[in-house]
Design a protein. Sequence first.
Length: 659
Amino acid sequence: MKRFKTGAMSFGSISEEAHEALAIAMNRLGGKSNSGEGGENPKRYTVDENGDLRSSAIKQMASGRFGAKSHYLVNAKELQIKMAQGAKPGEGGQLPAKKVYPWVADVRGSTPGVDLISPPPHHDIYSIEDLAQLIHDLKNANRDARVTVKLVAKSGVGTIAAGVAKGNADVISVVGYDGGTGASPKTSIKHAGLPWELGLSEAHQTLMMNGLRDRVILETDGKLMTGKDVVMAALLGAEEYGFATAPLVVIGCVMMRVCHMDTCPVGVATQNPELRKKFTGDPDHVVNYMKFIAEEVREIMAELGFRTMDEMVGRTDVLQVSDRAHSHWKAKHLDVSTLLYQPEGTRIHRVEQDHQLDRSLDMKQILPKVEHAIKHGEQIEASFAIKNTDRVTGTIVGSEISKLYGEKGLPEDTVKLNFTGSAGQSFGAFIPSGMTMKVTGDANDYVGKGLSGGKLIVRAPKETTIDPGNNVIAGNVSFYGASSGEAYIHGYAGERFAVRNSGANIVVEGVGDHGCEYMTGGRVVILGNVGKNFAAGMSGGIAYVKPDDIETFKKRCNTELIQFENITDQEEIEELKQIIANHYYYTNSEKAALTLQNWNDEIERIVKVIPTDYKRMVEQIKYYENQGLSTDDARYEAFMAKKEDKMTVTTDQQETLIK
Ligand code: SF4
């Protein structure tokens, strides 16, 4: 049963009851359920009194990085990078505002009632090397978890799979077009994907022909429903098998295909509390179903003369093209003989990938120094030299804190790590609360990726001869998917800065193109210029920008979802001043000093960028709080007002409230 998995079904798309039922069932069986990309409520990470565990063994990491915090990652047995989705390859996803209930927003790090967009690409993956870096990041974030890369069946997937195997993935999943919930567009399901059989056989054969098959486990998914499907998948080269549609049906789905409407009549694909009461699924039903599948697999294996699953993998010689295919008007034109080609060599996974974690700065120097202090929650400060081949520094230490102290981490500045030099990629990725990392020098790409509560400082050396405020000090894609924490960057950062930030407060002195894309929360303060396409897809959070020229800045923004404002609220002004004062304190920034010295004039030069829908929701929540409701109740009422198109705060009232 350890080879059986459920396909990715994200919390937010399906109800918590359905999500938990699948996790419990697969944990009872020793299989694995897949969290999907919506994050997971941490209350599920502890074992229930009856011994059940509601945590999904596979935690997914998709382009939206929703809920992908350090604590989420350390609670996985497998970390899956979703490169694409079988039912809609090349497309992103969207959770409509009306499904973003307060509890979904909490887990995803966003605002209730505001659309959530999963962009088509991962913003930190533009090449196979970038993917290899993310695989390495995740391996550092959880040394005990396997890292899977999910690909879709398409022509050429074999070449991609070979690259992924060389990039050190432990598992490659090839997914067909035919799974998925009714939330995927029908045109995509019908016309974009391919059957898993085509992708799987190509991936398996290409890996074998390149001597890479023994380095990875191959998995497939895409409407496997019977024991016969599993046997067919094994014969075409798969060692592990994902099921999505069938387990959903087992827990109650009646295939109404209205998953995206929040009206699922059986409480499976809805967040509506009334409809969720109609959920009658039982984990035992899924357990039974999987046992029947296993039994059918065993029977077919006996007929074919196989004693173990491993023996069966890649044995296409026992398959033949059915006579029916020859007589079918359309199928008769197909030549499927290439699917049955059997290269020479190892057909299954045999050797573990070498992730080279033992060579990291964390394992060699940092962890031995701070391990004792972390265990006892004691303060410690240590200094190290760093060079640009030291990648993912701090992440292993952070994972140890998350394992011991959960999502809340340690008190601020408990573990202070100072570095001098040029930090390699992913400096401070996923570090949790209680960790502070400062590099005096510069940093490469992906600084603070997935920042999970920690504090990061990148500052220029005192003796530098260049003007730090007008030079690049941090690479591309910094703070992608940051969920909380703070950071101070003493200079410019590259492209795609703070994409999908959902809660961190970050100060920087200028950014390249595509800054703050798809951001859903947090504050970004930019004491300088931005590149083009700033704030595209930004649906939450606030950016404060002090450009050289305000009109040029506005032209560089993507204004589809945002609006510009002056900052007039006194509380907000003080909060912003404090963030900039912190920047000066940590970096000695000249730009921060000048801004603070002439504060009354400088505040006039700062443009506030805020998404329009987000602003409306925040004001609607404030409106209910002013009526005497608790924050939780106000969030719920505001969400329901949005859902039922009964927002009580008009634009004029908003202006009044803001004043
Ligand atoms: S019953 Fe319909 S809406 Fe509910 S999960 Fe199944 S297909 Fe989706």
